[in-house]
Design a protein around this ligand. Structure first.
Ligand code: URA
Length: 438
């Protein structure tokens, strides 16, 4: 047993931590044997001096083992797969992906997060569905996954509790942006759900946590290496977040886009590309498809046959929502008081979008939160968002704002226009998918 200051000194002096030291640190996080000051100092030492892959694996496993670790053996035989995204604006991919992959025969127990800062959270989006319980008992969660193929719920206190304390201290000690700490934080929670394989969606761009390709690649590689070292087959896609993904940003409005996507009413092209690429990767990892093309074909058939939509509806019913959400979603979801067109003020091409600012405009409307205690207005946000590269004339609708009041709508409208650049010349638009790391 090491005392905290010895463990901190080891990392401060750029040495490699032993597994025992790492376990003592993580134990100290949970038992409070490490004070907040000592946790902060340790986080800063890791931030400054990094960790080798073996240290990261031991750290991730210790954090994972700080709470409940789900075990699906003797309960479900089929492959257990999941996807995790580093987050962005309009990222509703999980809502489509989980039922698609489940429809293809894999099991997807998905633990989702809340939005924080400018990014949206799948848990908040699901809570806009009347009756939906994102905190079911563990037994109910497991049984739903078994009977339907997927359940998406919220992070629970018993999965990787060490991360909860570490994350809150990182948040106030300028140590959030450490590849080592992000890797352990994300993976400890994901691996605690007992996965066989994982696909990471590392977002890159002005609406993402990683704004440079080099940082996104470093994070993706770190996650792939550590998860693989921990025995979970993992790959990563680096995908674009230099504009809102899909046509909506908010909560209920993203649920509407999800239903329209699953039922085939409308599938925005960039969103569809991301969903198909991730689905294919998950199906290959689950050994349901032998290559990416076969994975795509299977995913497309799950959409075309209506099976994915049916699974989404069943999941909603199993977790407390109505039995016929696909038919009644428009009436069930709360509409905003005011809906206004946002119109182009000049002619040209949409060439740049300050995606983070659009996320912050959703927060200002009440659709997100700046700290964990705030509540969310599920009805507000943006819809009918035109993608970059679209040619517009003066007066064309480039998006619609959904707000609680006229005042809020006007403010959000001016924020949206300020965040959207329209130029006479078309410029090259970023690819949807930058890289796949296997
Ligand atoms: N998401 C997490 O769960 N942890 C981090 O450290 C960063 C993003």
């Amino acid at each position: 047993m090491y005392i905290p200051q010895d463990i901190i000194r080891t990392k401060r002096d750029k040495k490699v931590l032993t597994e025992t030291q790492i376990n003592n640190f993580v134990d100290g996080l949970v038992t409070q044997k490490f004070t907040d000051a000592q946790v902060g100092a340790m986080a800063m030492a890791i931030f400054q001096n990094g960790m080798q892959n073996d240290e990261k694996v031991a750290f991730t496993l210790a954090m994972m083992n700080s709470g409940t670790v789900l075990n699906w053996q003797n309960f479900i035989d089929e492959p257990i797969v999941d996807k995790h995204s580093t987050g962005g604006v309009g990222d509703k991919v999980s809502l489509m992906l989980a039922p698609i992959v489940a429809a293809c025969g894999a099991y997807v127990p998905m633990i989702s997060g809340r939005g924080l800062g400018h990014t949206g959270g799948t848990s908040d989006k699901l809570e806009s569905i009347p009756g939906f319980n994102i905190h079911p008992s563990l037994d109910h969660f497991r049984n739903t996954v078994k009977s339907i193929g997927t359940a998406i719920i919220s992070q629970t206190d018993d999965l990787a509790p060490a991360d909860k304390r570490l994350y809150s201290i990182r948040d106030v000690t300028s140590t959030v942006e450490s590849i080592e700490l992000i890797t352990a934080s994300i993976l400890s929670k994901k691996l605690a759900t007992g996965l066989d394989s994982l696909v990471m969606d590392v977002k890159i761009g002005n609406g993402a946590m990683m704004t440079s390709l080099t940082d996104a690649q470093a994070l993706a590689q770190s996650i792939v290496d550590v998860a693989t070292g921990a025995g979970v087959t993992t790959s990563a896609l680096i995908t674009d977040m230099n504009q809102v993904l899909g046509q909506t940003a908010g909560n209920a409005v993203e649920i509407v886009e999800t239903v329209d996507y699953l039922t085939g009413k409308h599938r925005e092209a960039r969103l569809h590309q991301v969903v198909m690429a991730l689905a294919a990767q998950m199906l290959v990892a689950a050994k349901i498809a032998s290559n990416s093309q076969q994975g795509r074909d299977l995913a497309q058939s799950a959409l075309d046959s209506g099976k994915a939509a049916e699974i989404f509806e069943k999941m909603i019913a199993a977790l407390g929502g109505s039995n016929h959400f696909l038919t009644t979603y428009k009436e069930e979801l709360t509409n905003a008081n005011v809906v206004k067109d946002i119109c182009a003020t000049q002619a040209g091409f949409i060439t740049a979008v300050q995606t983070r600012d659009i996320g912050m405009a959703v927060v200002a409307l009440g659709g997100g939160r700046l700290d964990h205690h705030q509540s969310v207005d599920h009805s507000v946000g943006f819809t009918d968002i035109l993608p970059k590269g679209t040619q517009v004339n003066v007066g064309d609708v480039i998006a619609k704002v959904h707000a609680k009041s006229n005042d809020d709508a006007d403010k959000a409208m001016s924020q949206y226009l300020q965040a959207t650049q329209i130029s006479a010349q078309i410029v090259e638009i970023e690819p949807v998918i930058y890289q796949t790391i296997l």
